[in-house]
Design a protein around this ligand. Structure first.
Ligand code: HEC
Ligand code: HEC
Ligand code: HEC
Length: 421
């Protein structure tokens, strides 16, 4: 081939590449509409929308601490910097008041804002894309009938290259599979409903899967992830827990944020369960049915490892007697009255990593639920990192009957720092 032709072909290929990139990276704006009055929405649709918005935890992310519901401003920490959630109340100037249903649908299905800019995947649109058209319509009706709030979230604080939103087009090519997924006809209606809720609105995998270097979910899905300094345990090894989960216990846990055999949903799982407490029981039952279908077989029991750090464990036992046994000791009145599960059954104690036990000691379990017996005070101010490590050593060895963790004290120091940021 003569040289000239070769260069021509290369140039043509580059142009085609640029054109393809431009079509995926730059989306047209969708015209603003006059803000529809709340009375233009069908009351039944608004009612159904409340359920969809609860399934999707929209309020959890789109509400700042002490801020107005759905007005945004919650900082989400990512390895690439801080992203603030936006205002999704129907305020025309600062919220989505001038967004048409088409613009709202495109945001959920493709991660594109009304004016055409690409949204960051901290907004879990790779899951919301699987929501049905009917559910998206109802969520729109619900949000557009909330109280409008004039509030603009602070600007994002991201590493410079990531401020370039068109780069997200490449991310979308890798991770976004737009649109709902067809039912699996070999499975029951309840299983399909569960999968729809888990993979779609519930976006469970966004916390319970490991994330790759550019923030994409890694397989295996639900293999366990890390969020805000907490471990989100694997959701496929629930039969390997000290007390294997059942569908009934899982359904209870999701619905009430607490189950008699596994204790409370703490940390970032607390608000998820709180949201799920607002959906009909058939939804949480369906989620439990689907999650139980993903389980790997139960593991064979292993012999408890002999404890080595006996001095630390003895110190931990004394601290535990003073700080914890009043509620968690086998003779504690709350244990007998409320049927509190033994700490031996807690995934925080059985986990390969000490993170959740450290977090629970530092933060306690907040008083957020109807379940009055699930309050635990925070110990961040009263226990040192060394004391936390001693209690962890005791709980792990004597109550959990598991091999010791290493490096708990420095990990506690790190988690304290992360929590303060
Ligand atoms: C895990 C946190 C999280 C959850 C849960 C979440 N969002 Fe968001 N959402 C975000 C973030 C972060 C942004 C801003 C992204 C950006 O600026 O690129 C956003 C942006 C949006 C936008 C675009 C608004 C604008 O002004 O550009 C819409 C619409 C939206 N979310 C709707 C929803 C709905 C509806 C739900 C529930 C089904 C929901 N979000 C749940 C984090 C979340
Ligand atoms: C005032 C009572 C109280 C005290 C004191 C207390 N806890 Fe708790 N703790 C609770 C409650 C309530 C829960 C919620 C779960 C439940 O009901 O079991 C909980 C949950 C936990 C869990 C998670 C169990 C699960 O749900 O998976 C761990 C681990 C734990 N506590 C450890 C400790 C340690 C270690 C101490 C001492 C430093 C301590 N707690 C002190 C009341 C208390
Ligand atoms: C915002 C992040 C986040 C989302 C979204 C989330 N989880 Fe969790 N989940 C966690 C964290 C963190 C824990 C550990 C806290 C604890 O054990 O108290 C957890 C704990 C759990 C547990 C207890 C596991 C064990 O071994 O003790 C179950 C079951 C669970 N989640 C199911 C779900 C399901 C089902 C969904 C989707 C409907 C979901 N989670 C969505 C963060 C999340």
């Amino acid at each position: 081939m003569p040289m000239k032709n070769k260069w021509f072909l290369i140039a043509a290929a580059v142009c085609v590449g640029c054109a393809v990139f431009a079509t995926i990276a730059f989306k047209p704006g969708i015209d603003p509409i006059p803000t529809p009055g709340a009375d233009t929405f069908d009351a039944a649709s608004v009612g159904r929308g409340a359920r969809v918005v609860a399934q999707g935890d929209c309020m959890v992310c789109h509400t700042a601490a002490g801020g107005a519901p759905f007005a945004g401003g919650l900082p989400l920490k990512t390895p690439f910097g801080t992203i603030y959630t936006t205002n999704i109340t129907p305020d025309p100037a600062t919220g989505i008041g001038r967004w048409s249903l088409a613009a709202f649908t495109r945001a959920l299905r493709q991660g594109v804002a009304r004016d055409g800019h690409l949204l960051y995947p901290a907004f879990p649109y790779i899951h919301y894309t699987k929501m049905s058209t009917a559910d998206i319509n109802d969520a729109y009706a619900y949000l557009m009938t909330r109280t409008p709030v004039a509030y603009k979230a602070p600007d994002n604080d991201l590493l410079p290259p990531l401020r370039l939103r068109p780069l997200l087009a490449g991310w979308n090519l890798l991770y976004l599979r737009p649109g709902p997924v067809a039912d699996d006809r070999s499975q029951s209606a309840e299983w399909n409903r569960g999968r729809y809720l888990v993979d779609g609105a519930g976006h469970c995998a966004s916390c319970h899967s490991a994330l790759g270097p550019i923030g994409g979910e890694r397989s295996p899905a639900f293999g366990g992830g890390h969020i805000d300094g907490w471990d989100a345990p694997s959701l496929t090894t629930l039969l390997q827990a000290p007390k294997p989960w059942t569908r009934e216990q899982l359904a209870l846990y999701l619905r009430h944020g607490w189950s008699s055999e596994h204790g409370a949903a703490a940390g970032p799982m607390g608000p998820v369960a709180h949201s799920l407490s607002q959906v009909p029981q058939q939804d949480t039952d369906a989620i439990a049915t689907y999650i139980m279908s993903l389980q790997q077989p139960a593991a064979k029991a292993t012999a408890p490892a002999a404890a080595t750090d006996t001095a630390r464990i003895a110190a931990g036992a004394r601290l535990f007697a003073g700080a914890c046994a009043g509620c968690h000791g086998s003779a504690a009145p709350m244990m007998t009255a409320g049927g509190r599960p033994s700490l031996a059954l807690s995934s925080a104690v059985a986990s390969d990593r000490p993170d959740n036990l450290i977090q629970i000691m530092l933060n306690g379990v907040p008083w957020s639920h109807a379940q009055q017996t699930t309050f635990m005070p925070p110990f961040a101010a009263s226990l040192t990192d060394a004391q936390i490590a001693s209690i962890a050593a005791y709980v792990r060895a004597d109550i959990g009957k598991r091999a010791a963790w290493t490096g708990v004290e420095p990990r506690a120091a790190d988690i304290r720092k992360e929590n303060q940021q």
